[in-house]
Write a protein that binds this ligand. Structure first.
Ligand code: URP
Ligand code: ZN
Ligand code: ZN
Ligand code: ZN
Length: 461
């Protein structure tokens, strides 16, 4: 044994129990039983020992309309680590005309030598042609077992239904999982441009131009297309009761439908986009924040696992340099908000408030996403043989969320000023202590690329 975590309460998706954990060569080697008194040890008295968070939706080192995100892999993954997340699956975006291999090589150049936590990629396919289609078939061999398509953003990322069908069909053959950004892009653009023509150009109109039915229509269509070719599908950032109803209907028909929501959809509302002095721009992301009633609906759907995961959709467009481009026209505000560091602390408030259990928390932020995306049981749980990615969580520690304490390269937090109780005390990546008391003490570059398993390898039931 290289290290023993003593006196903690182990928390997994399946239960909680008191046990010491022995780590050898970066892996969990023993749970419970006795350990030599002389071994190096961390004392976890009064703390939960949980698997490191798994965030399957980040956009690190991203570009949008000529704007380059504030966070690169180094700052984004240090922030992840400090918030208790030890695995991210980032979106590797294909540029128009680019091969998927070149997109991957480009993402490797961003991540290698920079990542503070382990990472994988989903590929965003924006330009599907015959050769890209062939490349898709080969991705699972390379450990990239999921790809994402957009039903919104015409002219940049949006694909048509035939492309989605073909991608789904290909995913079925190669046991990959297709992820869909489900919004009716044309409906959103139509409303957006109508508001702009009426001189309604403040950030609030971003929310009004993408009402729940815009999301629900595309969600229903994506689920129907998956059903038509009998393929599993994962809906990213589901936000509202209307879209959830479509998910439930599809599940009842037997569609193998999975979905996540994100932290922001549980705490922010469209009224945040109406904050004065252009502050609403901080909350411009798609789909938009909804209502308090939707928060409740989503928490319930999480508690009963109609929804499978909570991701951050971390996008780091700074207020000063990026969001400000849309001061006179909300259509020019880059979409997205940060949250990779805040995610666990914010979601844990759902435990404090009795909305989800402690085991639900671990399941939703780590175990289930690890399973769905081919990383379980190496990631997302505490079991012998798993990577020793562990968070020592202090359920009693309190703080007020403040951007000045965050480790990203941003200039705002969406949760500024919110009181939270429950924070990561120490974080281990493959047995090595990388965070202590919210200070990063690791070495960027020690995060490694994760070759993920194919979807069906773990999820065929
Ligand atoms: O507004 C968002 N969510 N921006 C990131 C891209 C996406 O749609 O996930
Ligand atoms: Zn870059
Ligand atoms: Zn999206
Ligand atoms: Zn996203």
């Amino acid at each position: 044994m290289d290290l023993v975590i003593r006196n903690g309460t182990v928390v997994t998706a399946g239960g909680t129990y008191a046990a010491d954990i022995g780590i050898a060569e970066g892996k969990i080697a023993q749970i419970g039983g006795t350990f030599d008194a002389g071994l190096p040890a961390l004392d976890a008295s009064g703390l939960y020992v949980m698997p490191g968070g798994v965030d399957v939706h980040t956009h690190l080192d991203a570009a949008d309309a000529g704007v380059h995100s504030a966070d690169d892999f180094r700052t984004g993954t240090i922030a992840a680590a400090c918030g208790g997340t030890t695995t991210v699956v980032d979106f590797c975006a294909q540029a128009h005309g680019q091969s998927l291999s070149d997109a991957i090589a480009f993402w490797d150049s961003k991540a290698e030598g920079a990542a503070a936590v382990d990472y994988g990629y989903h590929i965003i396919v924006t330009d599907m042609n015959e050769s890209v289609f062939e490349e898709l078939a080969g991705l699972p061999e390379r450990g990239i077992t999921s790809f994402k398509l957009f039903m919104a953003y015409r002219g940049t990322n949006m694909i048509d239904d035939v492309t989605l069908l073909r991608a789904l069909d290909q995913a079925r053959r190669s046991d990959a999982l297709v992820m869909v950004h489900a919004e009716n892009g044309d409906a959103a653009d139509y409303l957006r441009d109508r508001f702009a023509a009426e001189g309604k150009t403040t950030p609030y109109y971003h929310a009004l131009s993408r009402p729940p039915r815009v999301e629900a229509e595309a969600t229903a269509r994506a689920l129907a297309l998956a059903e038509i070719v009998d393929t599993p599908i994962y809906i990213v950032h589901l936000t509202c009761g209307e879209a959830l109803d479509e998910l439930i209907r599809a599940k009842r028909r037997g569609v193998r439908a999975y979905a996540e929501t994100c932290t922001q959809y549980l705490y922010l509302t469209r009224e945040d986009l109406a904050r004065p002095d252009f502050e609403g721009a901080k909350f411009v992301f798609t789909p938009p924040a909804r209502t308090e009633a939707d928060h409740q609906i989503l928490w319930d759907a999480l508690a009963n696992r109609t929804l499978d995961a909570i991701s951050s959709d971390h996008c780091s467009w700074s207020f000063k340099d990026h969001k400000s481009r849309g001061r006179d026209d909300f259509r020019k505000i880059p979409n997205g908000a940060p949250g990779v560091e805040e995610r666990l602390m914010m979601i844990y408030q759902g435990v404090n408030e009795g909305r989800i259990t402690l085991c639900d928390f671990v399941d939703l932020v780590a175990t289930r996403p690890a399973r769905l995306f081919g990383m379980f049981p190496r990631k997302g749980t505490i079991s012998v043989g798993a990577d020793a990615d562990l968070v020592l969580w202090d359920p009693e520690a309190e703080c007020v969320i403040a951007q000045r304490d965050m480790h990203n390269a941003m200039d705002y937090s969406s949760y500024e000023g919110r009181k939270v109780k429950g924070m990561p005390r120490s974080v281990l990546l493959r047995g090595k202590l990388i965070v202590e008391d919210r200070n990063y003490i690791g070495t960027p570059g020690e995060g490694t690329f994760l070759r993920r398993d194919r979807f069906a390898a773990r999820n065929r039931d």
